[in-house]
Design a binder for this molecule. Structure first.
Ligand code: SR1
Ligand code: MG
Length: 409
């Protein structure tokens, strides 16, 4: 009996057997090594290598519960969504997504291109590396995957089929809870840095005007089936090298507001900014790095705007979407969502269960407290002032202003 005919969670040696018996990739007598390399919150990621032949691949398996905590029971069907979306995004944004070799609906795993010549963007940014082409690449990825899956470009009936195909209730529930709900009250599952507690209570939890805006944003997330979004586009979901960017991990994908992806990218670059600001020694190197991060944030927003408008003219099919003023109105809504989501992401990674290493690794206690307060201050401002965020400079001005409020003394 073939042991891979019914689902179980694989160990490294199971994965070697799987690669030899279920895939047509390695020679039958290849000497394979396998290492579990995942450090995400949900899945197991194995790298399998035939060192002699210089060939390798990645096998990603979904377990029945999240890796971060078995409180989260998440359907392994997320692996189907991930494989299908990766294939779709690979077509929509060529060169910016890894190739999928196989999806296995029994073992809930997906076999894909190994990107070991790239590095995870979050890790690279924490080592203060720069990627001058990143803004160009990620803005193209977002315009192609977000606009081309929307009603502006797609046939409306086909788009509705896609909405159905990519319904993703378990993963959406995680986002609704972890991003939109729990950070805004004293939820037992939160992980609040103790020196911040009284500040957070007064500044966020007791502010009814802010709570109202988070409710509006949550309903926007749950009801606006605008584009097939990646759904978790943080810097840990992006591989980079000097001349290449590859977006991975779209298991949170579903039809939601396009600004969700753009806002996540912006917020996670702000975490990188705060990391560098907190740990780098004063001097030219630090100035250059911080300046590059701000320029990258500004460029991503501005390139996204320009490319979206160009693609709209070139590929838009919906007649009414060409009415004078409509593209500008639509883009304005995406930018509002972008700012709102950037604000939510800044708050939830600071207060919620799923923190980010950029912040949690800051070892100096007062530097960490300062960085976390800046996240909260910026987060609230992005949420409350989202209607005023019209271009890249509006976003980077919020970062610069927070730095001035909390300047080192
Ligand atoms: C239970 S999953 C926690 C977080 O990890 C994922 O990458 C998403 O960001 C999610 O919110
Ligand atoms: Mg992920």
């Amino acid at each position: 009996m073939n042991k891979f005919n019914s689902y179980f969670t694989m160990t490294e040696s199971d994965v070697v057997q799987y690669a030899l018996s279920e895939l047509d990739f390695f020679a039958p007598d290849a000497e394979l090594t396998c290492k579990e390399i995942g450090d995400g919150n949900l899945n197991y990621v194995f790298r399998v290598e035939d060192a002699k032949a210089g060939r390798s691949l990645i096998i990603k398996q979904a377990g029945p519960v999240a890796r971060i905590s078995d409180e989260f029971k998440v359907s392994p069907d997320r692996n189907r969504i991930e494989a299908e979306i990766l294939r779709l995004q690979h077509d929509l944004a060529p060169g910016l997504v890894p190739e999928v070799y196989k999806y296995d609906a029994v073992m809930n795993c997906c076999v894909m291109e190994d990107l070991s010549d790239h590095e995870i963007l979050r890790t690279a940014l924490m080592q203060h590396k720069q990627f001058p082409l990143f803004a160009e690449h990620i803005s193209t990825f977002m315009v192609n995957t977000l606009l081309f899956t929307s009603d502006v470009v797609m046939n409306h009936k086909e788009k509705k089929q896609c909405v159905k195909q990519f319904i993703n209730p378990d993963l959406c529930e995680i986002t609704e809870d972890l991003v939109y709900t729990e950070p805004f009250y004293d939820c037992p599952r939160n992980d609040v840095y103790p020196p911040l507690r009284s500040f957070v209570k007064e500044y966020l939890w007791d502010d009814e005007a802010l709570l109202l805006e988070t409710a509006k944003l949550k309903f926007e997330f749950m009801t606006n089936a605008q584009s097939l979004i990646h759904g978790d586009l943080h810097t840990g979901s992006i591989f980079v090298k000097a001349d290449s960017t590859k977006v991975i991990d779209p298991e949170f994908a579903f039809y939601g507001p396009a600004g969700y992806d753009v806002g996540n990218v912006v917020a996670n670059l702000i975490f990188a900014f705060l990391h560098a600001e907190s740990v780098m020694e004063e001097g030219a190197e630090k100035e250059i790095h911080l300046d590059w991060l701000l320029t990258t944030i500004r460029d991503i927003v501005d390139l996204f705007k320009t490319k979206l408008m160009e693609a709209w003219q070139e590929k838009g099919t919906e007649r009414t979407a060409r009415f004078k003023g409509f593209p500008e109105y639509y883009l304005d809504m995406i930018l509002q969502d972008t700012a709102g989501v950037a604000g939510l992401e800044l708050c939830r990674r600071t207060l919620g269960i799923a923190g980010v290493k950029d912040i949690t690794s800051i070892s100096d206690a007062s530097a960490r407290e300062r960085a976390e307060k800046m996240c909260i201050v910026m987060g609230k401002r992005f949420i409350m002032e989202r209607k005023q965020m019209k271009n890249g400079a509006d976003f980077t001005n919020v970062v610069a202003a927070a730095g001035e409020v909390y300047s080192r003394s």
